[in-house]
Design a protein around this ligand. Structure first.
Ligand code: AMP
Length: 395
């Protein structure tokens, strides 16, 4: 039995532990800041001796890309089973991540390094409006981000000059993401593209598969495969994308299982957590098959409500974390064989949620409804329309 160590003690590691239990793998999680070890899905951490080296583990992986610089982390970084460490280091910093994308010729929002207020002013003038300033390291879920124009350039924290980038503000029609996995032999499998809606920089829900995105699937797979190949990466990786003017631009890369892949737990034959472990442990990786339509709703900052469990087909994944405003505490996957059935299941769930989450469900339902179809007018109407110069009407 392979022994896997996950760096991080959050919900992603927890769900990796659930998948490991199914595969009969030994999996522990380590908090690198607190030097605590959690066995499997256990909540009670054991303090580690200061010279602990993880020598008992075959594989080391991480549930997050931002890793502290301390003695324990330095030992883990040198572990022979932590093959992704270099890739994680490259992607954890927006400067090196963007440079990688540019080097590979993969489309991403234009960017520049911010070393002074003048850089933001110049970049904003160049793009004729506000730009998105992001700290190079450590920002996530919209933290460490500022939308600034030349007049407000001074609002960016001067302490981060040299460690911030500015990006063109992308006028996207929607945000998509692709999750895929690469095995050690270089073979890859991918999930379908999904559509993600964010609020205040945080993912609120995912529609899977994304509607009318087949034309983008191959392009997105080529991008992600190219990146994983270049990094010699093994495991699951996610790429967040903007759809703008019929093109895909990379927003960011995550060298790990990803929130926008949570739907795969209940909407596919092989979820991203098990897929990641299979890739790392050299186990078979058949392409995951999608079963119907799925919506994943993130539960953010709200207390657990057992009423959610009364909805048939609502699969709750509650992380057991302390409830705090703005914190991801769980998610609900709703899956159905048809869009119509999924809409009915969403309608049953909405009244049991607080206002904010009910609105997210409403928005998700809107996103699933077919766009208005083009109906061709009757003969009598046609003459009128031709006279008035219109070509067709939509209903
Ligand atoms: P990030 O942490 O980079 O994924 O950003 C969080 C969210 O902020 C994204 O999902 C977008 O909704 C928005 N965002 C980030 N970068 C840009 C950009 N360059 N242009 C427009 N919106 C952005």
């Amino acid at each position: 039995m392979k022994r896997v160590l996950v760096i991080g003690d959050g919900q992603l590691g927890l769900m990796l532990a659930e998948a490991a239990a199914r595969l009969g793998l030994w999996l522990d999680r380590v908090s690198p800041e607190h030097c605590l070890l959690f066995h499997g899905t256990g909540r009670q951490g054991t303090a580690l001796p200061h010279d602990w080296s993880a020598a008992d583990y075959d594989i080391v992986t991480a549930e997050r890309e931002h890793l502290p610089a301390n003695a324990l982390m330095a030992r883990l970084a040198g572990h022979p089973g932590f093959g992704a460490h270099a890739a994680i280091t490259t992607l954890a910093d927006r400067r090196s991540q963007k440079a990688l994308l540019d080097r590979l010729g993969i489309a991403t929002a234009d960017w520049c390094l911010v070393e002074s207020q003048a850089d933001i002013e110049r970049f904003s003038r160049l793009h004729g409006g506000p730009v998105v300033v992001k700290s190079a390291q450590g920002g996530y879920d919209g933290r460490g981000q500022w939308r600034l124009d030349a007049a407000r350039a001074a609002a960016a924290p001067a302490a981060l000059y040299g460690r911030m980038i500015a990006e063109r503000s992308v006028r996207f029609v929607r945000e998509l993401s692709l999750v895929g996995a690469r095995a050690a032999d270089g073979s890859c499998v991918f999930y379908p593209l999904v559509e993600n809606r964010h609020r205040e920089g945080m993912l609120r829900f995912t529609l899977a598969p994304a509607r009318a995105a087949r034309g983008y699937q191959r392009r997105a797979e080529q991008m992600l495969r190219r990146i994983m190949d270049e990094l010699g990466y093994t495991g699951v990786m996610a790429v967040e994308l903007f759809e703008e003017d019929g093109k895909l631009l990379v927003n960011e890369l995550a060298p790990r299982v990803h929130n926008s892949g949570h739907w795969s737990q209940d909407g596919t034959t092989l979820d991203q957590f098990e897929l990641h472990l299979r890739a790392l442990c050299d186990l078979p990786m058949p392409p995951p098959r999608t079963t119907g339509h799925t919506v994943m709703i993130n539960l953010v900052g709200c207390a657990f409500d057992p009423a959610w469990l009364s909805v048939p087909h609502a699969r709750l994944h509650w992380y057991g974390k302390e409830v705090r405003g703005g914190r991801k505490l769980g998610h609900i996957n709703l899956q159905a064989p048809t869009l119509r059935a999924l809409l009915a299941r969403l309608a049953a769930l909405a009244p049991l949620l607080d206002r904010e989450h009910a609105l997210a469900v409403e928005e998700a339902s809107e996103g699933l409804r077919p766009p208005p179809t083009t109906v061709y007018p009757q003969r009598s109407q046609r003459a009128h329309i031709l006279r008035s110069g219109a070509e067709r009407v939509t209903g």
